[in-house]
Design a protein around this ligand. Structure first.
Ligand SMILES: NC(=O)c1ccc[n+]([C@@H]2O[C@H](COP(=O)([O-])OP(=O)(O)OC[C@H]3O[C@@H](n4cnc5c(N)ncnc54)[C@H](O)[C@@H]3O)[C@@H](O)[C@H]2O)c1
Length: 165
């Protein structure tokens, strides 16, 4: 689900980095080959051509992000979601987190994952405080909630363009 979101965000004026640990996926995306039916190759190529979107496996490209949206897998193992992908991703993001940024968890998981798992990892990796220095929220079915603020954790439709996502 990360690619449709990334392409749409790039189309409406944000600068988007699609970070993925799978180099084969990055190679396909960079060549303008979407791996999901939801995104036409013409749309992917358009945002690649303008530079609004880029795909990379280099975590250094996460520097200075305003909003990060986590869409890593959470496969069920014995009926319980495997959260190791979220943990790994959170450690990487935390190293690039800066004051004022927002992290949104889109992966399917159980209630409480944001506060009990994601937030502590982000805080430890960044040395920042959730709800004070940065926001961490979850999104389910299009609705977003954030910790420590009544503000939406996801950019509302029509939010100012130019954010680094
Ligand atoms: N919130 C929603 O409305 C909604 C909707 C659809 C899917 N989902 C959930 O989103 C999650 C992703 O689904 P999908 O179908 O896009 O999965 P997917 O397997 O197609 O894509 C996940 C990608 O994450 C990458 N990845 C794994 N570990 C990573 C890491 N540490 N850092 C960066 N990238 C990493 C994988 O290489 C893969 O390319 C699942 O939990 C799914 O249930 C949520």
């Amino acid at each position: 689900m990360g690619l449709p979101l990334a392409v749409r965000a790039a189309e409406v004026g944000h600068r988007v980095v699609g970070y993925d640990v799978d180099p084969h996926r990055i190679k396909r995306l960079t060549a303008g080959d979407p791996y999901v039916e939801d995104v036409a190759s013409s749309r992917l190529r358009a945002v690649l051509d303008t530079g609004a979107y880029s795909a990379t496996a280099d975590p250094a490209a996460l520097a200075d992000f305003d909003i990060a949206v986590i869409t890593v897998p959470t496969p069920l193992r014995d009926g319980v979601p495997d959260l190791t992908y979220i943990e790994s991703c959170a450690r990487t993001l935390g190293e690039h987190l800066r004051p004022g940024a927002t992290v949104v968890l889109e992966s399917t998981t159980y209630p409480g994952t944001t506060e009990e798992l994601l937030l502590p990892i982000l805080e430890k990796a960044s040395g920042l405080r959730g709800g004070v220095d940065f926001l961490a929220g979850r999104a389910a079915g299009g609705a977003a909630r954030s910790r420590g603020s009544n503000a939406s954790a996801a950019p509302p439709p029509g939010c100012r363009p130019g954010l680094r996502i």
